[in-house]
Design a protein around this ligand. Structure first.
Ligand code: UT7
Length: 352
């Protein structure tokens, strides 16, 4: 079996900064509430028509490819993680391939739909392909354009204030050094909680989920109704829903659990982690996890204050920042961990 290594990292965030104060112009919220509950001070929103998940992914990828020192045509596989794809179908992977100008290589493009855990799931998939020798060089990207799909009325405030746009990319390559690279990845899911953090509409469920009912009540749709009905538009049901407190409580349990699971497998302790890069869901969640693992401040990277929660993009953006800051060096033990919609969660341990 081979080992895979991250040889290049990059990220891209749109220029437009949206502060908490900016959001108060649309909904009944406050800078104080948002900072106290989430730690977020500002986020970025992409430019309509110019920036999309695939164009942002391409910008992040170009940086990662350059840093890896590879020719873009060497990419054997693209793995693209997003919940906010440019199109309903096809997925963003093929659009990214086109955007990078490598379509003629015919490299496959795989889309990963695991929301906040998308990058860790994607990393695990890429790792398996490299381990078995099937591919040598894989481009893995997480990219999100949340600002297109949020409810900017007061009704949507608990969800809307959290999310931001951005992209992060990593080039994974077969490692020549067996001691370095991805040591393990651990993935989990519990579909019983699928609707607790979800965007139900539009979808092929063939019905009509009404958020006002006790729990996504279900009304028969007329045969021939399309994904989007006038009633969904009228009732404002084309937005994400989140049972915030349940997600929070489950996340603070699952993050440490899945990190310990990976540590146990490689025979390391939390103390040995040089840098934990958690999915940037909420600063309070990261602080809880830090406390439970007894990590020092310098052992964890948080940047949700600047970018909000960018779902599949949050880990690669944060990982790139930590690396650029010189906080991740050769030989360091790096841990990635995520929890989110599905519920899905996972972790990875990397010997840099
Ligand atoms: O990345 C995917 C994973 N997602 C997460 O990990 C998110 C996990 N959950 C959370 O981070 C938190 O649950 C939130 C930050 C989303 C919400 O914080 P909370 O402390 O759970 O608030 P809540 O939803 O229980 O609401 C408390 C109060 C409510 O008012 P009442 O009913 O007590 O009067 C809300 O209406 O805060 C109100 N509220 C707001 N007020 C001002 C909710 N959102 C806002 C807002 N501004 N944006």
């Amino acid at each position: 079996m081979y080992r895979s290594r991250i040889t290049g990292l990059g990220y891209y965030v749109p220029e437009q900064v949206v502060t908490n104060a900016d959001l108060t112009r649309h909904m009944d919220t406050s800078d104080e509430w948002i900072q106290e509950r989430t730690g977020i001070q500002e986020r970025r929103y992409g430019k309509r028509h110019e920036e999309t998940p695939s164009t942002m992914a391409a910008e992040a990828s170009k940086i990662a490819i350059e840093r890896a020192g590879i020719d873009k045509n060497e990419i054997d596989l693209i793995v693209f993680a997003t919940l906010s794809s440019d199109y309903y179908f096809p997925g963003g992977g093929v659009l990214l391939q086109r955007e990078l100008g490598i379509s003629e290589s015919g490299c496959p493009a795989l889309d990963v739909r695991n929301q906040c855990s998308g990058f860790v799931y994607g990393l695990s998939v890429a790792d398996q392909f490299i381990k078995t020798g099937m591919y040598k060089t894989i481009l893995l990207v997480g990219s999100e354009m949340h600002s297109m799909g949020l409810d900017f009325s007061t009704r949507g405030r608990a969800v809307t204030v959290i999310f931001g746009d951005g992209a992060g990319a990593a080039v994974l390559q077969r490692s020549e050094d067996d001691a370095r690279g991805i040591l393990t990845t651990k993935l989990h899911a519990d579909g019983r909680f699928a609707e607790e953090l979800a965007m139900i509409n539009p979808g092929s469920h063939g019905g009509y989920f009404d958020e006002d009912k006790e729990k996504f009540g279900y009304e028969e749709a007329e045969y021939g109704d399309t994904f989007i009905t006038q009633k969904m538009l009228d009732d404002g049901l084309l937005f994400p829903y989140m049972h915030g407190q349940l997600v929070f409580k489950t996340a603070v349990r699952k993050f440490p659990e899945v990190i310990h699971e990976a540590l146990k497998e490689v025979g390391a302790s939390a103390k040995e982690i040089k840098m934990l890069v958690p999915h940037q869901a909420n600063l309070r969640i990261s602080q809880f996890v830090q406390k439970l693992l007894r990590l020092e401040d310098k052992q964890i990277w948080n940047n949700i204050q600047k970018y909000g929660n960018t779902t599949a993009a949050s880990i690669p953006i944060a990982l790139t920042e930590a690396w650029e800051a010189g906080e991740i060096e050769d030989g360091d033990l790096v841990c990635l961990a995520a929890f989110g919609s599905g519920f899905t969660w996972g972790s990875a341990l990397i010997r840099w």
